[in-house]
Design a protein around this ligand. Sequence first.
Ligand code: NAP
Length: 341
Amino acid sequence: MQKIILVTGGNGYIGSWVVRELLENGYRVRVPVRSLAQTDKYKHMSNLPGSSNLLEFFEADLLVDGSFDNAAEGAHAIIHMASPFTLRFRNPLTDLVEPAVKGTRNVLNAASKSSTVKRVVFTSSVAAVHGDNIDMHELGLTEFTEDNFNKTSSLWHQPYSFSKVEAEREAWMIYKSQQKWNLVVINPALVMGPSLAKKSNSESLQIMNDLLSGKYRLGAPELFFGFVDVRDVAHAHVLAMENETLNGRFIIAERIASIMDLVKVINQNFPRQFKLPKMVAPKFLLYLVSWMFGLSPKFVARNIGFRIAYNTSRSRRVLGLLYTPLEKTITDMVNQFKSNR
Ligand code: NAP
């Protein structure tokens, strides 16, 4: 009898790749969705090989207590990935932090209530490792490691990052209060690459869309991110779920690059096809126009121009992850955007 794996957020950008790999490996997969009536959010999954006999959908909401209990009973493992990843929100508390933290409580309590769950893989982020890029310099570090926790984000400054660190702390707290299941935490950098999901709100897709549609054509902010391929992030979750000796956190990033580094890759592979930025926008100018990009002056001050580094040796050595080069990730993603135009 195949093991059952519950994947919250399984219909999303990263989640759909996780579900695809689990189905390929012969697992039975349960995916909770907010409303079974909204078939446009999950109908893409019926194209996945194995979906007709191995995939089941449940109705559950991160904010509704107990709504994951039925889906958790009978599952061997839970991959808890559902959480809003958007910079377009009205209220940081109700739109970001509450779904992240209450959702974590709700899903992990369902794991504890079940008689079957042995393992939880929790999707955190490098946003739970650090807030602003300047943090690394202020802490006197040459790189961030799995020992670092974001201490500079709040409801008012970098609220998405705040939602991730609060949710991860909640996950560790609940884990320590029980003895039924083990916990592994995956901390991906900014995820890029093609999407199986058609209706995702993921900021990953928005960022690429903004870049290709000319939002930064007058100049790109000098922002450095860790980047990682969506298929590698999915594989990291499956490895973490399958290898029962693993525990702790894993930073997942192929390399650090700036927005202009992405532009270089796109220009080389798709010359003159998009309205891409030709230069880096000067920092002083960004203070004046930051509101146009949804950035606060404090964000500009603490992030623009500051390089970061992540130590990813644990993901390579312990998890055994082989990374896709950023060039392939970006080329595959842009090709998909082109074919959807
Ligand atoms: P996504 O496509 O928007 O996926 C988010 C998932 O969470 C969706 O399935 C969404 O369901 C679900 N969700 C959000 N609010 C919910 C609620 N109140 N109740 C039930 N489900 C809810 O974004 P993604 O990029 O794949 O992100 C997935 C996870 O990876 C998130 O935890 C994110 O923080 C983390 N992460 C992402 C990145 C990245 O660069 N993409 C990097 C690091 C970590 P609906 O379809 O109903 O909206």
